[in-house]
Design a protein. Structure first.
Length: 314
């Protein structure tokens, strides 16, 4: 039963009249996970905290009315995409037009009709689920099933800001599959695709902390973010990634001396600040990757921009 509850979509009901909260809760309790708020201020706070899939919002409330609430919800990036259905006793086309213009997706009129409420809530929850799925797909690389470059750029900005606020370290890492063009030319693109998938799986499996992040950057390149970790801790993780890829023992006979597929890694450990740009440190990580290639490949070259201000090669 616990898993079933976890799978329920979440609906926030904002209404200053307790009987309305109880009626709507009774109608929807078998369909959704319900959160209730007794006024606009509490409703905005709960929308931010609980990130509901849908909001049922009363228009006429003392203090902050429904129109003011939806305006605030739409101005905040954390709540701007949450669909809102207005609840109203007003049979006024002007009010309905105003609500729709402010971003409401539908209206439910009082007195409540159970079948209509269920039908409209189900419809908009289904639409919300489809939008969420499309957003997820837009962030996934279709070949490797890990995050794509677009998602990486979003996560990088989020982690950069978080590290800047908490004065924490952040490691930025570039990963490249060694001799991949030769492998592709020798074995064909289908085999090359399998190598990309295998490397993506290995990198993902080695990143065990919740916020560690890997994405396909393009071609045979991957990027990794390791937030809130020491330079040595991040270096150890990437060395484990390098060793795990080598341990796959994917033979590459395209080379004069047949050897397994390997990766080269370039990374930098930095301490973000609002004045610094991540692009500066991405360039350092890319330079470290270039050095790893020049030093013979299948190695990790690292720059510690926090403590030693120096290059480490393993």
């Amino acid at each position: 039963m616990a898993n079933a509850v976890m799978d329920l979509q979440r609906v926030l009901i904002i209404d200053d009249e307790k009987p309305n909260l109880m009626i709507l809760s009774e109608i929807l309790r078998d369909e959704v996970d319900i959160i209730m708020a007794k006024d606009g201020t509490q409703g905005i706070d709960k929308a931010i905290r609980f990130q509901p899939d849908l909001i049922l919002l009363d228009v006429m409330m003392p203090g902050m009315d429904g129109f003011q609430v939806i305006e605030q919800l739409r101005r905040d990036a954390r709540t701007s995409a949450i669909p809102v259905i207005f609840i109203s006793a007003l049979a006024d086309a002007g009010h309905e037009e105003q609500g729709l213009n402010l971003g409401a997706c539908d209206y439910i009129h009082k007195p409540f009709h159970t079948a209509i409420i269920l039908a409209r809530v189900r419809l908009h929850l289904q639409l919300a689920k489809q939008r969420s799925l499309l957003e997820q797909l837009a962030h996934i690389d279709p070949l490797t099933a890990i995050a794509n470059r677009r998602r990486y750029e979003e996560v990088l900005l989020t982690e950069w800001s978080a590290a800047s606020r908490s004065q924490a370290c952040l490691s930025l890492v570039m990963v490249d599959i060694d001799n991949f063009k030769l492998y592709n030319d020798h074995y064909g693109h289908a085999a090359g695709d399998k190598v990309l998938q295998s490397v993506a799986r290995v990198l993902s499996s080695q990143l065990k902390r919740p916020r560690d992040f890997v994405a396909r950057y393009g071609g045979e390149e991957f990027v990794v973010l390791l937030p809130d970790n020491s330079c040595q801790g991040s270096l150890d993780i990437m060395q484990a990634c390098r060793a795990a890829v080598e341990a796959l023992r994917i033979e590459n006979r395209a080379l004069k001396e047949a050897s397994p597929v390997t990766i080269s890694v370039g990374g930098v450990c930095c301490q973000p600040t609002p004045e610094r740009s991540p692009d500066t440190f991405l360039k350092i990580a890319d330079d470290m990757l270039y050095q790893a290639k020049r030093q013979g490949k299948n190695r990790v070259v690292w720059y510690d921009a926090v403590d030693t201000q120096g290059v480490i090669s393993v």
